[in-house]
Design a protein around this ligand. Structure first.
Ligand code: PGA
Length: 257
């Protein structure tokens, strides 16, 4: 059985709750007719809009994702949201370690590691984001950064046959820039990441349960330059997922391949 192709919309903090629900509704109406079985379409609105989006995509194949989670189950953690609270809302996926959180919330690799573990313990699939900054790239440290981020994030992480992990390579400097990296650079990053996985997981788990995707200025015109089954199994999409027509063109571009 071939693996799914993931199309993941990261709406960041870009939409009002109503705009998020309306967008989810439009996507549901259109994609219900067309969404191919092997495509997993995941919408990640901000926390405040999760319920409204969950309601909008009810009875469709579209899945719900969150943009973050806290690493404790319960307790005096003002402002945080637990994995089981997300699960209760119908969330199946969680973006973890997005570069914007690493930058603005100072999220560390150690916290990211805990968040991955807590997701897996709660039947949530982590979407782990890794990638180098422009400065790191300039001094030739891209591979090193990927190695550090992956080895710290995956320390003592265990996956069973029923659990999945998605790793998104997102070069920080192209996010939101309108200019993606060359597909061969994304393929190189995928190979570096893949090369690290046997340290943590069995061959079977790597083959069946782990997917590597690309994110950073993906749109309908370039998405298929990146997707290559077994190498890059999907895209994490920010700006190009915020308008129904544009995002649907991207989905259709993936479907027609
Ligand atoms: P972008 O964002 O598609 O707007 O570059 C991607 C992301 O940050 O996940």
């Amino acid at each position: 059985m071939s693996k799914k192709t993931y199309i993941i919309a990261n709406w960041k903090m870009q939409l009002t709750n109503k705009e998020a629900a309306d967008l989810a509704n439009s996507l549901k109406h259109e994609s219900i007719k067309t969404l191919k079985q092997n495509i997993e379409l995941i919408l990640c609105p901000s926390f405040a809009a999760l319920s409204a989006v969950a309601e909008a995509i009810k009875k469709s194949e579209i899945k719900l994702g969150a943009q973050n989670v806290f690493y404790h189950e319960k307790g005096a953690y003002t402002g945080e949201t637990s994995p089981s609270q997300l699960k209760e809302l119908g969330v199946d996926y969680v973006i973890i370690g997005h570069s914007e959180r690493r930058q603005y919330q100072k999220e560390t690799n150690e916290e990211i590691n805990q968040k991955i573990k807590v997701c897996l313990a709660n039947d949530l699939t982590p979407i782990l984001c890794v990638g180098e900054t422009f400065e790191e790239r300039q001094i030739g440290k891209t591979d090193l950064i990927l190695i550090q981020q992956i080895t710290k994030a995956l320390q003592d992480v265990k996956l069973n046959n029923n659990q999945n992990l998605i790793i998104a390579y997102e070069p920080v400097w192209v996010i939101g820039s309108g200019q993606a990296v060359e597909p061969k650079e994304a393929q190189h990053a995928s190979a570096v990441i893949r090369g690290l996985l046997p340290e943590f997981f069995s061959h079977e788990i790597i083959k069946n349960n782990i997917s590597i995707i690309y994110g950073g200025s993906v749109d309908e015109s370039n998405v298929m330059d990146f997707i290559k089954p077994g190498v890059i199994d999907g895209a994490l999409v920010g700006g190009a997922s915020l308008k129904a027509e544009k995002f649907l063109s991207l989905i259709r571009a993936v479907e027609t391949e």
